[in-house]
Structure formats: structure tokens, C-alpha cells
Design a binder for this molecule. Structure first.
Ligand SMILES: [Zn+2]
Length: 64
């Protein structure tokens, strides 16, 4: 079975109502999809995420 990494936006504090969820076979791809989701769904600018924010978000990525 191949690996799968998932980020569910609702697991992020303050995003409990967001149904957005991304899954990919690598963490790198999940990050790209997370950033795209943040831009499209939340109007955020991922380039403004500091290392603390990235560490927080990264800890929310689950694997199976
Ligand atoms: Zn979201």
C-alpha cells in the first residue's frame, strides 16, 4: 500500500467549519495543495506564513 498524507482544514484552529481536505502521496504535494486551498478558499497569502505557522500546520498533516 502506498503512503498517503492528508491535511484536513477543519483541524486547524478557527477553521472548524471548513470542509476542505487534501490528500497526496507526499508531504511536499500536500503542502502545495494546502497553500492553494488557503489562497482560493481563505484568501490567505502562504508566503506570509512564518516558520511557527508552518510548524503548526505541518503537525496537522496525518499519514496512513
Ligand atoms: Zn479551509
Amino acid at each position: 500500500m502506498s503512503e498517503a498524507y492528508t491535511y484536513a482544514c477543519r483541524s486547524c484552529e478557527g477553521m472548524e467549519d471548513c470542509p476542505g481536505e487534501v490528500t497526496a502521496s507526499s508531504k511536499d504535494e500536500v503542502w502545495k495543495l494546502m497553500e492553494l486551498h488557503a489562497v482560493v478558499a481563505h484568501g490567505e497569502d502562504p508566503s506570509s506564513w512564518d516558520s511557527e505557522t508552518r510548524a503548526y500546520l505541518g503537525a496537522l498533516i496525518t499519514s496512513k
